[in-house]
Ligand binder design. Structure first.
Ligand code: GLY
Ligand code: MN
Ligand code: MN
Length: 436
């Protein structure tokens, strides 16, 4: 659980990076209609959540370092208490309780939003706002700016408008101890879910049944939503990178690729495991799996502060190319195949990505056009794969095999801490677990 103090400290760190006489304006997410009278499960905006931990929709956070407020100013606009709305849709915190919960200088109700925006914007030299994300928010924001630019208030209009995202996203890229503990919890729940699916799997089961086992384990641990649509691909469905139909029956002899992670207290896990539905890898499956596992483990061993994701990608392509040449899937020399980047026919995605509140988390991969060295506190996925579609020109026994192995790791001072180590990935470990 992230403490109230940590949220305040994040707000202060954001403000400290702003120019003097600045205001930051950060809106929450709104609910979205799914079908008549029903809404998609509400998901808070990650930036807003990062700064507040507030779970209600339609709120706005306003922070300022303008000297007129003294040290600093924090205010929130929240949905008003409303008996009928609360009977139908659930309790609301309300402005009064928000004051103390978030240590605010002022709290406003949603119907006062326009006024609160005008007041906080006027007389500022700089405004930080993420334009271009939500049309309705852009409209409210620009309306307030336009109003301030009109006579007789024109001298009060803010002088410069900046994107708040780069500041916030650089902060989000480096996880605190508390965030890492929360991500570890998300990872452990997800690891248990994968192990559960492996134990449930048997020839003739359906992909959606494996998905249900995964989601059951998530929900029983209080992680009511997956961090992204779960992928359960059996046989050659594993070669569809973002397969989410999850409706096929799993045949004896198939591999199953499951890419699923829980969202826990806002933070994502992202795990992929690939296993034989009948509990025993065939020779061909073992061949491909071993190549991917070798690449994944080599990257995990090499990861440390100072290396770049691109360097790790190259390492994984070298090992995968060597393996595919050895198996006769790629013809010619390793060097020529690397030169021609032939691995791209079988390994079509990147090695990994930042992960945090968003599964594909924020943060720049490059600085001034150069690959960014990894640093302690960053959390990334490591997820090489090999996918051999049915129509590939390769030895018959390898057709239709798709393998990905994905773990989430924190970069530490000396290497990595693997958050998702609890779910087996060695061939004999998987086979042993599935026999249980
Ligand atoms: N589950 C999405 C990904 O692995 O990036
Ligand atoms: Mn994944
Ligand atoms: Mn991933």
């Amino acid at each position: 659980m992230i403490s109230a103090q940590e949220f305040i400290a994040r707000q202060d760190r954001l403000l400290a990076q702003c120019q003097p006489k600045s205001v930051c304006i950060i809106p929450a997410a709104s609910t979205v209609t799914r079908s008549r009278d029903t809404e998609y499960t509400f998901r808070q905006n990650s930036d807003f959540w990062y700064l507040t931990g507030f779970e209600e929709p339609n709120a706005w956070l306003i922070l300022s370092n303008h000297p007129r407020y003294g040290e600093s100013y924090r205010a929130m606009v929240v949905q008003p208490k409303d008996k009928s709305a609360e009977i139908w849709h659930g309790k609301r915190l309300g402005a009064e309780a928000a004051l103390s919960r978030f240590s605010l200088d002022e709290a406003f109700e949603l119907q006062e939003l326009e006024e609160a925006l005008l007041e906080s914007l006027q007389g500022q030299d700089n405004v930080y706002f993420a334009l271009g994300q939500v049309d309705a928010h852009d409209k409210l924001f620009t309306q307030a700016i336009t109003t301030l630019r009109e006579a007789p208030k024109e001298s009060l209009a803010p002088k410069a408008i900046h994107d708040v995202s780069p500041l916030l996203h650089e902060m989000r890229l480096f996880k605190s101890a508390c965030e890492i503990a929360t991500m570890k919890a998300a990872a452990e729940i997800s690891a248990r879910a994968h192990a559960r699916a492996m134990q449930f799997a048997k020839p003739g089961c359906y992909e959606y049944q494996l998905e249900a086992e995964i989601h059951h384990e998530f929900a029983m641990a209080g992680a009511r939503s997956p961090a992204y649509s779960s992928i359960v691909g059996s046989g050659s469905n594993a070669c569809i990178l973002h397969y989410t139909e999850n409706n096929a029956q799993v045949s004896d002899g198939d591999l199953v690729l499951i890419d699923a992670g829980a969202e826990y207290q806002g933070y994502a896990a992202d795990i992929t495991r690939t296993f034989p539905v009948n509990g025993k890898f065939s020779k061909a499956q073992r061949d491909i799996y071993s190549v991917v596992l070798r690449a994944q483990k080599a990257v995990l061993d090499a990861l440390a502060p100072g290396v770049t994701l691109s360097e790790m990608m190259v390492l994984s392509t070298e090992i995968i190319t060597e393996g595919l040449v050895e198996l006769g899937i790629l013809e010619g020399s390793v060097a020529d195949n690397l030169e021609q980047e032939n691995w791209r026919h079988f390994y079509m995605h990147g090695l990994g990505h930042f992960i945090g509140l968003d599964v594909h988390d924020v943060g720049n991969y490059k600085i001034d056009g150069e690959d960014r060295p990894l640093k302690p506190g960053m959390v990334i996925t490591v997820e090489p794969g090999v996918y051999i579609s049915d129509d590939s020109d390769v030895p018959e026994m390898y057709k239709g095999i798709g393998v990905r192995i994905e773990d989430d790791v924190v970069i530490t001072a000396t290497g990595v801490d693997i958050l998702t180590a609890d779910v087996p990935k060695e061939i004999d470990e998987i086979e042993t677990l599935m026999r249980k």
